[in-house]
Design a protein around this ligand. Structure first.
Ligand SMILES: NC(=O)c1ccc[n+]([C@@H]2O[C@H](COP(=O)([O-])OP(=O)(O)OC[C@H]3O[C@@H](n4cnc5c(N)ncnc54)[C@H](OP(=O)(O)O)[C@@H]3O)[C@@H](O)[C@H]2O)c1
Length: 275
């Protein structure tokens, strides 16, 4: 029940009605008996600055930031954590007594979701498909953990831009063309493009290049055509649901100062069609 003591956390985005985060966090608060409430807010771009100021004015604990505000929010914050500076996007804000601190929990989410499945990053050659917002979070996580990163993107200039941003963190090379020979070099392939969201999307790489000793990871939350082909070939596969849960768990920890109930969050995501 909401009382005068209930602490408020929000999520700002546009659109916002399809967000899954309120269910995830409010269920976690209930499970741990915490007097917190997580509320979605439709925030138009032209009102973003006012919405951010309202975090202080209304004494929110913090907020999540989602599409399309993750980059635009940066100038309105008092401090930006290292990973968010690299990724150039903030998805979590903590209100620390009026000081607004911006975090990005996607890289943590990606790395923890693959570590819990036993995927080894250190020293592995990892092909990253894509150079958008999600790809930058994956790049940060992989380089921080000592992986060798290879980036392929439809728009080559964006791949070079990504390299420029991240090269001081570790080994990073741009791949201009994918072929069977090049594919033999990679132990892990990550699809961070939006290809696979729609059923009739083309595959991000030719499935004939897959080999069974490779791990295929897709950031999309379902079995994409690429993951289905990889499964058929006998590869280990992971979809993006683990990353989503772990990034939410990290945000929870930032706001509350306690570990999130991960098993519950995973169960809610798995059963989400029933809610
Ligand atoms: N699991 C999670 O927690 C999580 C978190 C964030 C995002 N995601 C997923 O990650 C995916 C990417 O999100 P984002 O935020 O990075 O989007 P984004 O910034 O818009 O980047 C989209 C990427 O996909 C590429 N792309 C789009 N259409 C393409 C096509 N027809 N052919 C080849 N490449 C194409 C783009 O290439 P160009 O540069 O050439 O346009 C770019 O690299 C989405 O599917 C999203 O659902 C998952």
């Amino acid at each position: 029940m909401i009382t005068g003591k209930t602490k408020i956390i929000g999520i700002f985005g546009d659109p916002i009605e399809h967000t899954f985060s309120p269910l995830l966090h409010n269920s976690a608060f209930r499970e741990l008996g915490l007097d917190y409430c997580y509320v979605p807010f439709l925030v138009k771009s032209e009102r973003l600055k006012e919405a951010i100021e309202a975090i202080r004015a209304l004494n929110f604990i913090g907020v999540n930031i989602t599409v399309p505000h993750k980059e635009a929010v940066i100038p309105y914050l008092d401090e930006i954590k290292e990973e968010a500076k690299y990724i150039e996007a903030v998805n979590t804000i903590l209100n620390n007594n009026g000081k607004l601190i911006g975090f990005n929990t996607d890289a943590y989410g990606f790395i923890n979701s693959i570590f819990e499945e036993g995927v080894r990053v250190k020293g592995s050659n990892i092909l990253l498909l894509g150079a958008g917002g999600a790809a930058k979070a994956v790049a940060f996580g992989i380089l921080k953990e000592g992986g060798n990163l290879f980036v392929f993107n439809r728009t080559l200039s964006k791949a070079y831009k990504l390299k420029e941003t991240f090269q001081k963190m570790g080994n990073i090379e741009i791949i201009k063309e994918i072929n069977a020979d090049i594919m033999k070099n990679f132990q892990i392939v990550v699809n961070a493009t939006s290809l696979g969201l729609k059923d009739n999307d083309p595959m991000p790489i030719n499935p004939n290049f897959l080999s069974r000793d490779q791990v295929y990871i897709d950031l999309i939350y379902k079995d994409t055509p690429l993951l289905k082909e990889a499964k058929k070939c006998g590869c280990k596969t992971l979809d993006g649901s683990g990353m989503l849960i772990w990034q939410a768990a990290k945000a929870f920890e930032i706001w509350i100062g306690k570990a999130a109930p991960l098993p519950l969050m995973k169960k809610i995501f798995k059963d989400k069609k029933n809610y």
